[in-house]
Design a protein around this ligand. Structure first.
Ligand SMILES: NC(=O)c1ccc[n+]([C@@H]2O[C@H](COP(=O)([O-])OP(=O)(O)OC[C@H]3O[C@@H](n4cnc5c(N)ncnc54)[C@H](OP(=O)(O)O)[C@@H]3O)[C@@H](O)[C@H]2O)c1
Length: 299
């Protein structure tokens, strides 16, 4: 069987790098399409590059992800995450190939006291969350063959993320204050990549099965707070002789940010398990592997 060819948007992003790394093992060729030749703010470039790439499937993993900065430039966030996602969806329909679009827990307001299911009403608190909501709507409108995967608290050896920030800060600080009243599941981007690949294989193998399409949640099992995540990072770091800091638990009110975050980011992922057979491992499990790699790579 010919190798699958998947176009993934973005070049340096956590999820695109993870998909590129995991693809070989799954007999897949990943073509990362990104700036400058492919810019989500320029629909003409989006269409041209995707049509030229002629993939078997598309993953829209690129996004404007600067959550706090988006409060100051909401139009740019909306152009990239809303209209940009719509342009990718149009191209996927024109090509007649499935689209996997990555979305976020930040579409919810976090006021529920249980895990969110896919059909819960969205009510984003931030400009970033609103732009991602617009992206979901644009994908639903423009692509007949799509899966929207909402994930949460993404970390990896790549790019900028909470795990890497904690290790960097611990080099110069003995104590770090971390919020303890937002709940969610830190999710390893390489595990997301494996899940995305299974979803794509299902879509390609069983195109007539409409229940494979739609919106799903894909996050690690279990839950913690940002402070709990930081403690697990330092536990792993200590075991490798890496930097360690004491975590001081603080409420969100003591760490004001331009963009409000949902207090509850927990995503119920049972639909993805029952329909696509995908469930990610516990949030704690991949942390040592990621910490070891970040320490070895000297970041
Ligand atoms: N990070 C999280 O905690 C988190 C949580 C939930 C959901 N998500 C979602 O997961 C997805 C991937 O997130 P991530 O953490 O991998 O993101 P990331 O590391 O911040 O990377 C973002 C990617 O988007 C690309 N990009 C930004 N603006 C673009 C534009 N105008 N045109 C083309 N490409 C553009 C970047 O391009 P360059 O390569 O040129 O820099 C980069 O490759 C996003 O949809 C995000 O909303 C993330």
């Amino acid at each position: 069987m010919a190798r699958l060819r998947i176009a993934v948007t973005g070049k340096q992003g956590q999820i695109v790098k993870s998909l590129s790394e995991r693809a070989g093992e799954h007999q897949i060729d990943v073509v990362a399409v990104g700036r400058p030749e492919f810019d989500l703010t320029d629909p003409v470039s989006v269409r041209r590059v995707l049509i030229d790439t002629s993939p078997d499937a598309i993953v829209n993993a690129a996004a404007y992800t600067a959550v706090d900065r988006a409060e100051k430039e909401p139009e740019l966030a909306l152009a990239v995450n809303g209209a940009g996602a719509g342009a990718v969806a149009e191209a996927s329909d024109e090509l007649g190939v499935p689209l996997v679009h990555i979305s976020t827990d930040y579409v919810f307001d976090g006021l529920e006291n249980r895990s969110y299911v896919e059909d819960d009403p969205v009510a984003p608190l931030s400009a970033y969350g609103k732009s991602k909501q617009a992206g979901e709507a644009a994908v639903r409108e423009n692509s007949k063959n799509h899966v929207i995967l909402r994930t949460s608290w993404v970390y990896s050896p790549f790019g900028v993320n909470f795990l890497k920030t904690m290790l960097r800060l611990a080099k110069t600080r003995d104590e770090i204050s971390v919020v303890d009243d937002q709940r969610g599941a830190p999710t390893f981007a390489l595990d997301i990549a494996d899940g995305v690949i299974v979803v794509i294989k299902n879509l390609l193998a069983r195109p007539s099965e409409s229940r494979l399409r739609g919106t799903f949640h894909l996050a690690a099992a279990g839950e913690t707070s940002w402070a709990g995540f930081a403690k697990a990072v330092f536990e792993a770091s200590a075991s490798f002789g890496g930097p360690v800091a004491t975590v001081k638990e603080i409420p969100t009110t003591h760490y004001p940010t331009p963009a409000p975050r949902p207090a509850n980011s927990r995503l119920d992922c049972s639909k993805l398990l029952s329909i696509h057979g995908v469930a990610l491992r516990d949030w704690r499990a991949p942390i040592p592997q990621c910490v070891a790699r970040v320490l070895a790579e000297g970041e």
